[in-house]
Design a protein around this ligand. Structure first.
Ligand SMILES: Nc1ncnc2c1ncn2[C@@H]1O[C@H](COP(=O)(O)OP(=O)(O)OP(=O)(O)O)[C@@H](O)[C@H]1O
Ligand SMILES: [Mg+2]
Length: 448
């Protein structure tokens, strides 16, 4: 097995949103071994940079050499290099060890603080950009580096070409995060050709670390041996996901979420596994549950963790429902994501309202179920499920968030044709556990 190694040469962000911290998360999410050379320490949070301490040159050099001498570097990226002497040193190390490098010409933090001294821009242009495999300026940085105003996509193309033909980078990506179009378009110039990388602009405040994670993602893909256009394409998908699931923490710009790239597929797999186990349990304990299957049959659904729920695409369930076949209960299909049903929509509302709810199942409602559930001491709420579907999550949220989640919702009629109960739980197994308790007790009462 070949282990690919990527290095970030950048500043530390104590808030964990940008810099070294964002880069290492990105490297890990993309499956390469991440290493770091810290150039400056910033005391920073989501809204301000409080202090900057530059690391002594010999310590920067020593970190770089320690890594190169032993582990080796398949690709590197540079981020915050706060003054001319640091830039010169890093450039000389990259030249000496002939490292492929993505240069993110960081000048200003998201909060507006200057991260690079004015006079250092010339050093950046002279020393570092000519060594860049890819240079990734945002709009203001690209304008500063090229002395050209950028108003639209064609200006961005002119500048990308200047950064290659004039300043000597191998490839240049002018990023579109600071533009205002519906899409965030990044323009690349490489080997005489233009490329456009497009993604819908995410309306979010949680964009701290977009530039760092994006350039780190390019470096990770280059470390894997990917051609530049492919590396940038993957990095663009990667950063779009990281922004879409950014973390609403702190008072300012919350951090992007590089982990989402791996977490989403992993969570989808986990949810399907739990649903499969839950369905197996339902089938094996059929005899206790047959009495609870309503005319309209039963449904069981489970969502991704709350932060990742956007719509029914993030709800998994058994398509075709859980049905009663004589004295047995059977699932008609294996579970899958994207079950677009009323129960899925009700569950999404509930997930938005209560902490810790992520699964639901529909069973029948009758007076005996009502009685048994109360005997068991489960927390009950009587609701109108149609009203649930009509109300906005917000209205519901402010109305209900105070209280703990109920175990079961009773709906005494009107949804479709029959009354229903909705059993709630932290996951599908928790829900089936409650169904079994209700079913056993129900059975005992009926057979008396
Ligand atoms: N709101 C958004 N929606 C979608 N993509 C975005 C958004 N904002 C930025 N991007 C993308 O994120 C990447 C980083 O671009 P951006 O222009 O934000 O870099 P930056 O200004 O250097 O970021 P930073 O301030 O973190 O250094 C680019 O691929 C850009 O298109
Ligand atoms: Mg940036």
């Amino acid at each position: 097995m070949v282990i690919r190694k990527a290095l970030t040469v950048a500043g530390s962000d104590s808030g964990g949103g940008a810099g070294i911290q964002a880069d290492l998360k990105t490297f890990a999410a993309l499956g390469v071994h991440g290493m770091s050379v810290i150039t400056s320490i910033t005391a920073q949070n989501t809204y301000e940079v409080r202090a900057v301490h530059d690391i002594p040159l010999e310590v920067i050099k020593s970190q770089f050499e320690a890594v190169v001498d032993d582990i080796g570097v398949d690709a590197a990226k540079t981020g915050m290099l706060s003054n001319s002497r640091i830039i010169e040193l890093v450039a000389s190390l990259i030249r000496k060890y002939d490292v492929k490098v993505v240069v993110d010409p960081v000048m200003i933090a998201k909060s507006g603080a200057l991260l690079l001294r004015e006079d250092a821009v010339d050093t950046l242009i002279k020393e570092l950009i000519p060594l860049a495999t890819v240079v990734t300026p945002n709009k203001p940085e690209a304008e500063r580096l090229s002395n050209t105003l950028i108003k639209d996509l064609s200006d961005a193309k002119v500048v990308a070409k200047k950064l290659v033909d004039g300043l000597g980078a191998t490839a240049a990506v002018v990023k579109g995060g600071h533009m205002s179009e519906e899409e965030s378009v990044d323009v690349m110039y490489y080997e005489g050709r233009f490329y456009e990388f497009r993604a819908l602009r995410v309306r979010s405040k949680n964009t701290h670390g977009t530039g760092c994670s994006f350039s780190a993602a390019i470096a990770a893909e280059i470390a894997k041996g990917k051609p530049i256009p492919e590396a940038v394409r993957t990095a663009k998908e990667f950063i779009t996901t990281a922004i879409a699931y950014g973390l609403p923490i702190g008072k300012g710009y919350g951090p992007v979420n590089p982990t989402a790239w791996q977490l989403l597929p992993a969570e989808r797999y986990r949810v399907l596994q739990i649903l499969e186990d839950a369905v197996k349990l339902v089938e094996n304990r059929s005899s206790y549950l047959v009495n609870l299957i309503p005319e309209s049959q039963s449904e069981i659904v489970m969502t991704l963790p709350k932060h990742y729920v956007r719509g029914v695409a993030d709800v998994a369930g058994v398509p075709g429902k859980i049905v009663r076949v004589r004295d047995k209960v059977r699932a008609t299909h294996p579970p899958k994501f994207g079950v677009d049903s009323k129960l899925s929509k009700v569950l999404i509302r509930l997930v938005g309202t209560y902490e810790g709810v992520s699964a639901a199942a529909s069973i029948k409602y009758d007076e005996l179920v009502d009685m048994v559930v109360k005997e068991l001491g489960l927390k009950v709420e009587y609701v109108d499920l149609d009203v649930y579907l009509r109300q906005s999550a917000e209205t519901l949220g402010s109305a209900l968030r105070e209280s703990a989640a109920p175990d079961i919702l009773f709906y005494r009629g009107g949804w479709g044709r029959e009354p229903l109960s909705v059993v709630l739980g932290s996951d599908a197994l928790d829900v089936v556990g409650k169904m079994l308790r209700i079913g056993e007790r129900y059975e005992a009462v009926v057979s008396k």
